[in-house]
Design a binder for this molecule. Structure first.
Ligand code: PGA
Length: 246
Protein backbone atom coordinates (compact mmCIF):
# COMPACT_ATOMS: atom_id res chain seq x y z
CA UNK A 1 0.00 0.00 0.00
CA UNK A 2 1.36 3.45 -0.89
CA UNK A 3 2.06 5.55 2.13
CA UNK A 4 0.03 8.72 2.68
CA UNK A 5 1.82 11.86 3.79
CA UNK A 6 -0.81 14.25 5.11
CA UNK A 7 -0.19 17.85 6.14
CA UNK A 8 -2.26 19.31 8.97
CA UNK A 9 -1.79 23.06 8.76
CA UNK A 10 -3.88 23.62 11.91
CA UNK A 11 -4.78 27.32 12.40
CA UNK A 12 -2.00 28.58 10.15
CA UNK A 13 -1.86 30.00 6.66
CA UNK A 14 -3.01 32.86 4.46
CA UNK A 15 -4.08 33.14 0.85
CA UNK A 16 -0.54 34.09 -0.18
CA UNK A 17 1.11 31.33 1.82
CA UNK A 18 -1.34 28.66 0.65
CA UNK A 19 -0.89 29.58 -2.99
CA UNK A 20 2.88 29.34 -2.82
CA UNK A 21 2.90 26.13 -0.78
CA UNK A 22 0.40 24.17 -2.86
CA UNK A 23 2.08 25.29 -6.07
CA UNK A 24 5.36 23.87 -4.79
CA UNK A 25 3.64 20.60 -3.87
CA UNK A 26 1.90 20.46 -7.22
CA UNK A 27 5.22 20.82 -9.03
CA UNK A 28 6.89 18.17 -6.86
CA UNK A 29 3.99 15.73 -7.27
CA UNK A 30 4.35 15.95 -11.04
CA UNK A 31 7.80 14.40 -10.56
CA UNK A 32 7.28 10.65 -10.78
CA UNK A 33 10.04 10.10 -8.19
CA UNK A 34 7.52 10.71 -5.38
CA UNK A 35 6.26 7.27 -4.40
CA UNK A 36 3.66 8.31 -1.81
CA UNK A 37 0.23 9.92 -1.84
CA UNK A 38 0.09 13.55 -0.69
CA UNK A 39 -2.70 15.35 1.17
CA UNK A 40 -2.91 18.88 2.53
CA UNK A 41 -5.44 19.89 5.18
CA UNK A 42 -5.50 23.70 5.38
CA UNK A 43 -7.86 25.68 7.59
CA UNK A 44 -11.41 25.80 6.25
CA UNK A 45 -10.92 29.30 4.82
CA UNK A 46 -8.26 27.98 2.43
CA UNK A 47 -9.77 24.65 1.35
CA UNK A 48 -11.40 26.11 -1.76
CA UNK A 49 -8.29 27.91 -2.98
CA UNK A 50 -6.06 24.90 -2.27
CA UNK A 51 -8.42 22.53 -4.07
CA UNK A 52 -8.65 24.92 -7.00
CA UNK A 53 -4.87 25.27 -7.25
CA UNK A 54 -4.46 21.49 -7.09
CA UNK A 55 -7.14 20.60 -9.66
CA UNK A 56 -5.81 17.89 -11.94
CA UNK A 57 -2.87 17.17 -9.63
CA UNK A 58 -2.54 14.01 -7.50
CA UNK A 59 -2.25 16.09 -4.31
CA UNK A 60 -5.51 15.77 -2.36
CA UNK A 61 -7.12 18.34 -0.06
CA UNK A 62 -8.86 17.75 3.25
CA UNK A 63 -10.55 19.59 6.09
CA UNK A 64 -9.48 19.52 9.75
CA UNK A 65 -12.94 18.91 11.24
CA UNK A 66 -16.61 18.85 10.28
CA UNK A 67 -19.94 18.95 12.07
CA UNK A 68 -21.94 15.76 12.53
CA UNK A 69 -25.05 17.32 10.97
CA UNK A 70 -25.43 17.96 7.26
CA UNK A 71 -26.72 21.52 7.65
CA UNK A 72 -28.67 23.76 10.00
CA UNK A 73 -28.41 26.17 12.91
CA UNK A 74 -24.82 25.53 14.00
CA UNK A 75 -23.12 28.92 13.94
CA UNK A 76 -19.44 28.75 13.16
CA UNK A 77 -19.44 25.13 12.08
CA UNK A 78 -19.02 23.57 8.65
CA UNK A 79 -20.49 20.33 7.38
CA UNK A 80 -18.82 17.46 5.59
CA UNK A 81 -20.90 18.23 2.49
CA UNK A 82 -19.55 21.79 2.51
CA UNK A 83 -15.99 20.51 2.55
CA UNK A 84 -16.82 18.15 -0.29
CA UNK A 85 -18.42 21.02 -2.19
CA UNK A 86 -15.16 22.99 -1.86
CA UNK A 87 -13.14 20.16 -3.38
CA UNK A 88 -12.00 18.33 -0.25
CA UNK A 89 -11.79 14.55 -0.37
CA UNK A 90 -10.58 13.88 3.20
CA UNK A 91 -11.24 15.20 6.70
CA UNK A 92 -9.22 14.86 9.91
CA UNK A 93 -11.51 13.97 12.83
CA UNK A 94 -10.91 13.65 16.57
CA UNK A 95 -7.53 15.37 16.55
CA UNK A 96 -6.27 15.67 20.13
CA UNK A 97 -6.40 19.47 19.86
CA UNK A 98 -10.13 19.23 19.08
CA UNK A 99 -10.63 16.68 21.84
CA UNK A 100 -8.81 19.04 24.28
CA UNK A 101 -9.94 22.49 23.04
CA UNK A 102 -13.55 21.57 22.25
CA UNK A 103 -14.15 18.65 24.59
CA UNK A 104 -14.88 16.29 21.69
CA UNK A 105 -15.84 12.84 22.90
CA UNK A 106 -15.39 9.52 21.13
CA UNK A 107 -19.15 9.44 20.48
CA UNK A 108 -19.03 12.86 18.82
CA UNK A 109 -16.05 11.80 16.72
CA UNK A 110 -17.93 8.68 15.63
CA UNK A 111 -20.95 10.77 14.58
CA UNK A 112 -18.63 13.03 12.56
CA UNK A 113 -17.07 9.98 10.88
CA UNK A 114 -20.54 8.81 9.83
CA UNK A 115 -21.32 12.29 8.46
CA UNK A 116 -18.02 12.47 6.59
CA UNK A 117 -18.55 9.11 4.92
CA UNK A 118 -22.13 10.03 3.99
CA UNK A 119 -20.78 13.15 2.27
CA UNK A 120 -18.16 11.17 0.36
CA UNK A 121 -15.13 12.17 2.43
CA UNK A 122 -12.38 9.83 3.61
CA UNK A 123 -12.12 10.26 7.41
CA UNK A 124 -8.74 10.31 9.17
CA UNK A 125 -9.48 9.47 12.80
CA UNK A 126 -6.86 10.49 15.36
CA UNK A 127 -6.13 8.56 18.54
CA UNK A 128 -3.29 8.71 21.04
CA UNK A 129 -2.39 8.77 24.70
CA UNK A 130 -1.27 11.64 26.92
CA UNK A 131 2.13 11.62 28.58
CA UNK A 132 0.59 10.70 31.96
CA UNK A 133 -1.22 7.77 30.38
CA UNK A 134 2.02 6.55 28.75
CA UNK A 135 3.95 6.88 32.03
CA UNK A 136 1.21 4.84 33.70
CA UNK A 137 1.49 2.19 30.99
CA UNK A 138 -2.10 2.79 29.89
CA UNK A 139 -1.44 3.65 26.25
CA UNK A 140 -2.76 0.40 24.76
CA UNK A 141 -5.99 0.53 26.74
CA UNK A 142 -6.50 4.23 26.01
CA UNK A 143 -6.04 3.80 22.27
CA UNK A 144 -8.21 0.67 22.17
CA UNK A 145 -11.00 2.57 23.93
CA UNK A 146 -10.66 5.52 21.54
CA UNK A 147 -10.88 3.17 18.55
CA UNK A 148 -13.87 1.33 19.99
CA UNK A 149 -15.68 4.61 20.69
CA UNK A 150 -14.69 6.62 17.62
CA UNK A 151 -14.96 4.15 14.74
CA UNK A 152 -18.44 3.26 13.46
CA UNK A 153 -19.26 -0.26 12.29
CA UNK A 154 -17.79 -0.97 8.88
CA UNK A 155 -15.21 1.82 9.22
CA UNK A 156 -13.24 2.13 5.99
CA UNK A 157 -11.09 5.20 6.62
CA UNK A 158 -7.63 6.04 7.92
CA UNK A 159 -6.43 5.93 11.54
CA UNK A 160 -3.72 8.29 12.77
CA UNK A 161 -1.78 7.41 15.91
CA UNK A 162 -0.67 10.66 17.48
CA UNK A 163 0.70 10.47 21.02
CA UNK A 164 -0.43 13.79 22.52
CA UNK A 165 2.95 14.38 24.15
CA UNK A 166 4.74 14.14 20.80
CA UNK A 167 2.60 16.73 19.00
CA UNK A 168 4.50 19.95 18.40
CA UNK A 169 7.11 19.10 21.02
CA UNK A 170 9.96 17.77 18.91
CA UNK A 171 9.77 14.54 20.91
CA UNK A 172 8.82 11.21 19.36
CA UNK A 173 8.31 7.75 20.82
CA UNK A 174 11.07 5.23 20.19
CA UNK A 175 10.83 3.29 16.96
CA UNK A 176 10.02 0.20 19.03
CA UNK A 177 7.15 2.03 20.74
CA UNK A 178 5.73 3.26 17.43
CA UNK A 179 5.97 -0.24 15.95
CA UNK A 180 4.32 -1.78 19.02
CA UNK A 181 1.44 0.70 18.99
CA UNK A 182 0.84 0.30 15.26
CA UNK A 183 0.77 -3.48 15.69
CA UNK A 184 -1.71 -3.01 18.56
CA UNK A 185 -3.94 -0.75 16.43
CA UNK A 186 -3.79 -3.26 13.56
CA UNK A 187 -4.91 -6.05 15.90
CA UNK A 188 -7.78 -3.90 17.14
CA UNK A 189 -8.86 -3.04 13.60
CA UNK A 190 -8.80 -6.67 12.48
CA UNK A 191 -10.66 -7.80 15.61
CA UNK A 192 -13.29 -5.17 14.92
CA UNK A 193 -13.51 -5.14 11.13
CA UNK A 194 -12.17 -8.53 10.06
CA UNK A 195 -10.14 -8.74 6.86
CA UNK A 196 -11.05 -5.15 5.94
CA UNK A 197 -9.19 -3.98 9.03
CA UNK A 198 -5.97 -5.44 7.68
CA UNK A 199 -5.98 -3.07 4.71
CA UNK A 200 -6.56 0.27 6.42
CA UNK A 201 -3.78 2.81 6.62
CA UNK A 202 -2.44 3.67 10.06
CA UNK A 203 -0.53 6.96 10.02
CA UNK A 204 1.99 8.06 12.63
CA UNK A 205 1.81 11.70 13.74
CA UNK A 206 3.76 13.78 16.26
CA UNK A 207 6.93 15.76 15.46
CA UNK A 208 7.58 14.06 12.12
CA UNK A 209 10.30 15.93 10.25
CA UNK A 210 12.68 15.20 7.38
CA UNK A 211 15.41 13.98 9.76
CA UNK A 212 13.27 11.28 11.43
CA UNK A 213 10.84 10.46 8.62
CA UNK A 214 12.84 7.68 6.96
CA UNK A 215 13.19 5.70 10.19
CA UNK A 216 9.52 6.16 11.12
CA UNK A 217 8.18 5.41 7.64
CA UNK A 218 10.24 2.21 7.44
CA UNK A 219 8.47 0.68 10.45
CA UNK A 220 5.99 -2.14 9.87
CA UNK A 221 2.31 -1.16 9.87
CA UNK A 222 3.16 2.53 9.42
CA UNK A 223 1.05 3.62 6.46
CA UNK A 224 2.25 7.19 6.31
CA UNK A 225 2.46 10.34 8.42
CA UNK A 226 0.22 13.09 9.71
CA UNK A 227 2.49 16.12 9.78
CA UNK A 228 1.80 19.39 11.59
CA UNK A 229 4.56 21.98 11.86
CA UNK A 230 6.73 20.54 9.10
CA UNK A 231 3.83 20.62 6.64
CA UNK A 232 3.94 24.44 6.55
CA UNK A 233 7.29 24.53 4.74
CA UNK A 234 7.29 22.96 1.29
CA UNK A 235 10.86 21.64 1.51
CA UNK A 236 10.26 20.02 4.90
CA UNK A 237 6.98 18.42 3.85
CA UNK A 238 8.54 17.18 0.62
CA UNK A 239 11.57 15.92 2.52
CA UNK A 240 9.21 13.74 4.55
CA UNK A 241 7.40 12.66 1.38
CA UNK A 242 10.67 11.60 -0.22
CA UNK A 243 11.36 9.37 2.79
CA UNK A 244 8.04 7.56 2.35
CA UNK A 245 7.57 4.14 0.78
CA UNK A 246 5.63 3.57 -2.38
P1 PGA B 1 3.35 18.13 14.67
O1 PGA B 1 1.75 17.93 14.66
O2 PGA B 1 3.89 17.45 13.43
O3 PGA B 1 3.55 19.62 14.63
O4 PGA B 1 3.86 17.49 15.91
C1 PGA B 1 1.16 16.72 14.23
C2 PGA B 1 -0.33 16.82 14.35
O5 PGA B 1 -0.84 17.36 15.32
O6 PGA B 1 -1.07 16.35 13.44
Amino acid sequence: MRQLIAGNWKMNGSLAMAGALVNALRAAAADKALACDLLVCPPATLVTIAAHALLGSPVAVGGQDCHAKASGAHTGDISAAMLRDCGATHVILGHSERRADHGETDAQVRAKVVAAVAAGLMPIVCVGETEAQRVAGEQDAVVAAQLAGSLPDGFAGVVAYEPVWAIGTGRTPTEADVAAMHAHIRRELVARLGAAGAGLRILYGGSVKPSNAAALMALPEVGGALVGGASLVAEDFLGIARAARG
